[in-house]
Design a protein around this ligand. Structure first.
Ligand SMILES: [Zn+2]
Length: 407
């Protein structure tokens, strides 16, 4: 069943009421067109909507699973009304057309609440507006639903039993790190524990966890929020994305007390995460004392199982992969059919590796060995992201090209 979304705007617009009323009545059809497009995007689970002014029209597109698709095309003559409608919704200053602006509005249904962050930029043929959609919903994804390989999942669950230390999830932005962190927290959360989290954006709410985010009016930094949060003595703490020295400092020190700390970091691999901490001024012995494990991940488009096509591996590909594959191995390519809306992909698939620093690797980190040497030692006995990707490509979840591309 489809949720019926309506607007939930509590903030007052900065635009004079008379101007707003005039605008609102200017073109009811355009208003309906815009509102329908917004609803359509939310109901289909899009992450962004773009209103792109072109020479002869305004194109409305949505991004879903990383791919853009057209929602509407608005004729040139009335595209101004569309931007006006959005400016009213996002409580932007209606009278100004030559400056970038940011705005916000909410849409709610009986079950969900969706936050819409709008950004406006003056361009050649009018104002370009991008809306980032943040779905607030309960975190329900469990670790065993993420698509982790069985042995990796078992090893990860085992280290999650440690009740002290830092559990990190790394990867580029958009690689699904937050989902993994939340699933990990759900794994260890129980009513006897105090769980608290701070994040720049709260995408999911976890039942039983106290969550905070930085608002416009907040007069403290993210690092301060994290460090203050630790003063309340959480047994489980989530510290969001660790990006600067102050945040690294709060996180590492908070992880040394008897509690589990979960965080995300933008890094290509686990060793780079260790290196980032050192670059952010942390002492190597503190990093090794705090860090329990790092999940490094990527998110790829998932091949449609109704139309994917198998093909045999050739020598060139075999060489690029760098290790011997079993005789008769096939990979798969996208084709397109009615089941996937003709684009060949449906949903996403995650690639994972898990780095648990051994005694030897910890000693090497303290001895400030080079990242290259560390990486080599860390990969001993570890199933790498590449191996996970090749395995998933062989099973037909994703194309081998995309696996090799994201490593
Ligand atoms: Zn298909």
């Amino acid at each position: 069943m489809v949720d019926k979304f309506r607007f939930d705007n509590q903030k007052k617009s900065t635009t004079p009421a008379s101007t707003m009323q005039r605008a609102a009545s200017e073109d009811k059809a355009v208003t309906k067109e815009v509102d329908d497009a917004l609803r359509e995007a939310i109901e289909s689970g899009a992450t962004d909507i773009h209103f792109e002014p072109m020479q002869d029209k305004l194109v409305i597109r949505m991004r879903k699973d990383g791919e853009l698709s057209v929602l509407r095309e608005i004729p040139e003559g009335i595209r101004g009304n569309v931007t006006n409608r959005l400016k009213v919704l996002a409580t932007m200053d209606f009278t100004k057309t030559h400056i970038p602006q940011g705005g916000f509005f909410k849409m709610v249904s009986d079950e969900k609440s969706v936050e819409m962050y709008a950004h406006l930029l003056p361009t050649l043929y009018g104002e370009s507006i991008a809306i980032n959609i943040q779905y607030k919903q309960s975190a329900t994804m469990r670790l065993n639903q993420l698509g982790m390989a069985k042995t990796l999942l078992e090893r990860y669950r085992k280290i999650l039993n440690h009740d002290t230390g830092l559990f990190l999830v790394t990867g580029p932005p958009g690689s699904g790190r937050r989902t993994t962190v939340y699933a990990s927290i759900l794994e260890v959360l129980n009513p006897g524990l105090l769980a608290m989290g701070y994040d720049p954006v709260v995408k999911y709410e976890i039942a039983g966890m106290v969550q905070g985010k930085l608002e416009e009016k907040t007069e403290f930094t993210f690092a301060e929020a994290v460090s203050e949060m630790f003063k309340q003595g959480p047994d489980i703490a989530y510290v969001g994305d660790i990006v600067n020295d102050a945040e690294a400092h709060s996180t590492i020190h908070g992880s040394l007390a008897k509690r589990r700390v979960f965080g995300r970091m933008t890094a290509n691999d686990s060793i780079s995460a260790v290196q980032n901490f050192l670059d952010m001024g942390m002492q190597p012995f503190l990093v090794t004392a705090a860090l329990v494990g790092v999940v490094n991940q990527r998110l790829l488009p998932k091949l449609c199982t109704s139309c994917r096509e198998a093909y045999p591996v050739d020598d060139l590909l075999q060489k690029e992969i760098g290790y011997r594959l079993p005789q008769g191995t096939s990979f798969y390519r996208a084709k397109g059919c009615p089941a996937c809306g003709n684009n060949g992909y449906k949903g996403v698939v995650g690639l994972y590796e898990l780095f648990i620093p051994t005694e030897e690797v910890r000693k090497m980190i303290v001895a400030k060995e080079s990242p290259r040497v560390l990486r080599k030692a860390a990969q001993e006995g570890m199933s790498t992201l590449k191996q996970d990707g090749v395995r998933k490509a062989m099973a037909g979840y994703c194309t081998i090209e995309e696996v090799l591309n994201v490593l």
